[in-house]
Design a protein around this ligand. Structure first.
Ligand code: PGA
Length: 254
């Protein structure tokens, strides 16, 4: 069989978490547009808090930055106080949503089952789902990394029949917000493992699947991480809050 390597456009997403009110959102996006260099060679996304989505939309204008939400509920409507439906995100101009971030799993009780429901609901609403997986330090040290990733992916992708609206983010929990990133070898190994699992289930379309690395990615380590053959971009927390750093990573990905 002839293996055809697929060119995967890099995807650089800023996960702002609980940061940036509307004014700060407008200012940060204006700086990213001014310094980002056109966003031609990489897809660039920002994920502001819900209340800043409208300000982000205004600031993004026609720049081509992708507007992403940080979370979504799986129901379309009803008595779910505090929740937001996928179609509401789409209406607010979001085209992507982060699902199953480890902070959501750790602090807000998300499980592989809710992640799965959210993926289905988001795809139905036309959103791209950026699905996060990753092991804790204890799991890594116990040699369980691949098992954990396998379990998370099996649960998350139950009855998901195609990958066209899917991006996966590998985020080792021990690397998030700690300043301690995975080595290129650790990242590449897990990314290749994820792509292998995707290939088993989805065949050749796994070659087009973008798998992002997340966990203390910054200008000083982005080049080597992004050079790994199966690392197709970054999901960036802390460094995405500083326009200079975020734009430096965008440039390194091109
Ligand atoms: P970090 O966060 O870049 O601050 O480690 C990444 C993430 O949580 O997505």
């Amino acid at each position: 069989m002839v293996y055809n390597p697929v060119m995967r456009k890099k995807y650089i997403a800023g996960n702002w978490k609980l940061n940036n009110n509307q004014k700060q959102t407008s200012e940060l996006i204006a700086k990213i547009i001014a310094q980002g260099g056109g966003f031609k060679n990489a897809d660039v996304a920002v994920a502001p808090p819900f209340t800043s989505i409208h300000a982000a939309k205004q600031a993004i204008g026609s720049s081509g930055i992708i507007l992403c939400a940080q979370n979504v509920h799986f129901e379309e409507k009803g008595a779910f106080t505090g929740e937001i439906a996928p179609s509401m995100l789409a209406e607010a101009a979001c085209t992507a949503v982060i699902i199953g971030h480890s902070e959501r799993r750790q602090y807000f009780g998300e499980t592989d089952e809710t992640v799965n429901k959210k993926i289905h609901a988001s795809i139905k609403a036309g959103l791209t789902a950026i699905v996060c997986v990753g092991e804790t330090l204890q799991e890594r040290e116990g040699g369980k990394t691949n098992d954990v990733i396998h379990t998370q992916l099996s649960g998350a992708f139950k009855d998901v029949s195609d990958l066209s609206k899917i991006i996966i983010a590998y985020e080792p929990v021990w690397a998030i917000g700690t300043g301690k990133n995975a080595t290129t070898q650790q990242a590449q190994d897990v990314h290749a493992f994820i792509r292998g699992l995707a290939r088993q289930k989805y065949g050749a379309s796994a070659d087009g699947l973008r798998i992002l690395y997340g966990g203390s990615m910054k200008p000083s380590n982005a080049a080597e991480l992004l050079a790994c053959p199966d690392v197709d971009g970054g999901l960036i927390g802390g460094a995405s809050l500083i326009a200079e750093d975020f734009c430096a990573i965008i440039r390194l990905s091109s």
